[in-house]
Design a protein around this ligand. Structure first.
Ligand SMILES: Nc1ncnc2c1ncn2[C@@H]1O[C@H](COP(=O)(O)OP(=O)(O)O)[C@@H](O)[C@H]1O
Ligand SMILES: [Mg+2]
Length: 288
């Protein structure tokens, strides 16, 4: 199977599958205008830890990610990057503002409703992989496809196809613990792609990898993007960010460059390192 099978085809994603009745579709801006993968407006989110001061994690974030875009989000620890990804994935609700995912408003959905939209439109990748350690490589991916609504035979076929494309078919029967860090993250990415998500959301996917593992994941993300996969990735690593088409910088719960920000070329290793949290890029770039 060729990598093209991974393509996000907007017609298939948005046109052919019926939406459940609770879905509120947001019309595109103009006639024939494409629906964005992600549209975030005026997003605010605060946390109130018991006995401590209110934390304003997001203080009014606007972000639009077009279909097929690869956006890297950078910024110091605690500036709200993970909170933003969680809200885009519908894992949590904002205090104010809206989140539109593939044309569906999700910020006010119940947890169950949000989970249904998420299973169809979002693939999540985390720093520490979050694999199911007592299931084989193949079973990890198959389970994700089953949870996405595929029939068992289809789910197994999808898992085999993905592992083939990602060069891991020969590891299908082993347990994740036998894999290298880079392979573990590749498996997590295969799982995240099981349901052909509109957007792949990755939170510091190379943060726990050595430089070889990180390079392997960067190459894979580039390849997926070339093939049309929409990606939003949080990273401290300028070399990872340089793979993206656009770099968005956050600071204190806000987008630091609301005008649209630097292109990836402008934000190459030197530029990004200058703005990153002191020490963070160096710490991430070296062996974990
Ligand atoms: N569930 C939570 N409860 C309390 N505070 C939180 C919670 N999640 C995040 N925060 C706080 O919100 C701020 C932003 O966190 P986060 O989005 O994780 O930042 P980043 O991913 O950029 O490091 C931090 O001050 C963090 O401590
Ligand atoms: Mg974070």
């Amino acid at each position: 199977m060729h990598i093209n099978a991974l393509s996000v085809n907007r017609t298939v994603v948005l046109g052919h599958l019926p939406h459940p009745s609770y879905v509120e579709r947001v019309p595109a801006g103009g006639q024939g205008e494409a629906i964005d993968a992600v549209m975030v407006r005026g997003l605010r989110k605060s946390f109130q830890p018991p006995g401590a001061a209110l934390v304003r994690a997001l203080r009014g974030v606007d972000l639009t990610v077009g279909m097929g875009e690869f956006v890297a989000v950078m910024g110091p620890s605690g500036c709200g990057k993970s909170t933003l990804l969680h809200l885009i994935a519908g894992l949590d609700r904002p205090n104010e503002g809206s989140v539109v995912l593939a044309g569906i408003r999700i910020e006010a959905l119940s947890a169950d409703q949000a989970a249904r939209v998420r299973r169809r439109h979002v693939g999540l990748v985390f720093q520490f992989f979050e694999l199911i350690e007592n299931m084989s490589v193949m079973e990890n991916v198959t389970l994700a496809a089953l949870l996405g609504g595929s029939k068992p035979a289809q789910a197994r076929q999808r898992a085999a196809d993905l592992l083939d494309v990602l060069g891991m078919l020969d590891r299908a029967r082993v347990l994740p613990a036998t894999l290298s860090g880079g392979q573990r993250q590749r498996l997590a990415i295969a799982r995240a792609l099981a349901n052909r998500p509109t957007v792949l959301l990755a939170d510091e996917p190379t943060g726990a990898l050595d430089s070889d593992g990180a390079a392997e994941i960067v190459e894979l993300l580039r390849r997926l993007h070339r093939d049309g996969q929409t990606i939003v990735l949080v990273t401290h690593n300028p070399e990872v960010a340089a793979a993206a088409g656009r770099v968005v910088r956050m600071r204190d719960g806000r987008i630091a460059d609301p005008a649209g920000g630097a292109t990836a070329a402008q934000a190459g290793p030197g530029a990004a390192a200058a703005q990153a949290e002191p020490g963070a890029a160096a710490a991430q770039a070296g062996p974990a």
